[in-house]
Write a protein that binds this ligand. Structure first.
Ligand code: SAM
Length: 236
């Protein structure tokens, strides 16, 4: 019987994650940063979520943001550094991405940041109702082939999750360079009913968000000639 390499074996049944957990072997220094970083920053979902999420942070925070699939963490680090009074939770199951983030935090710690290193649907189900001011889903895995569309993170079930955890008036931001995914998300949010789209003209949604630092995935998409769209929805 063919053996599955232990590192390729799913650590548990996953609902929303279909990507790779490991890339190239991480260097010992990064592995050490990952281990100590996760000890300091990782949220423990086996404990009940506090009713007031602000207590999860060492810093005094008055607003709460979630970034799903932060990749190399460029955007999350930028936002968390420029807004020290906002608590950020970043989710990334890809070990190499998390190692990069933990290496950066080893050099420059942030008291307003926590992370989770598995499927974001788990974290969303753990969070208290109406606890977040914003959710960023930036360049989610596009799954461009029609037979894979059901793997896309934007789905009725995940919009239900977003609607539950966002405060009224909270913001859901979605960026993508894949037209079929942009249309998919516009339709899914319209049909869902709990979200209002914030732009009506194409000119408005091809411009990035305020203070946007870019992401690695985005830079590659632009290099390859694709035009990103930046959608913003408000929780009604
Ligand atoms: C195309 S990459 C984009 C990364 C980054 N946002 C950027 O723009 O460079 C999508 C990321 O989403 C992560 N991802 C996929 N499914 C996820 C899930 N269910 N929960 C959390 N992250 C997920 C992947 O590991 C991957 O790093």
């Amino acid at each position: 019987m063919t053996q599955v390499d232990p590192k390729d074996r799913p650590s548990r049944a996953t609902e929303g994650f279909f990507g790779r957990r490991h890339g190239k072997t991480i260097r010992p220094q990064q592995a050490a940063a990952l281990e100590s970083g996760l000890r300091a920053y990782r949220l423990d979902l086996s404990a009940e979520a506090p009713a007031d999420l602000a207590t999860l942070f060492k810093a005094d925070v008055s607003a709460l943001q979630l970034e799903i699939g932060f990749g190399g963490g460029e955007h999350l680090l930028h936002r968390a550094t420029e807004a020290p009074a906002t608590g950020f939770i970043g989710v990334e199951p890809f070990v190499n991405g998390m190692a990069k983030m933990m290496t950066a935090l080893g050099k420059r710690p942030l008291a307003n940041l926590r992370v989770y290193d598995d499927d974001a649907t788990r974290l969303l189900d753990w969070l208290p109702q109406a606890s977040l001011d914003g959710i960023d889903l930036l360049y989610p895995d596009p799954w461009p082939k029609k037979k894979h569309w059901k793997r896309r993170f934007v789905s009725r079930a995940n919009l239900d999750r977003f609607a539950r955890v966002l405060k009224a008036g909270g913001r859901f931001r979605f960026a993508s360079d894949i037209d079929s995914y942009v249309n998919w998300t516009l339709l899914a949010c319209r049909d869902h009913g709990a979200f209002a789209w914030q732009a009506s003209e194409a000119a408005g949604w091809h411009g990035p968000y305020e203070g946007w630092p870019g992401t690695r995935y985005e830079a590659k998409a632009i290099r390859e000639g694709r035009r990103p769209a930046y959608l913003t929805f408000t929780r009604k």
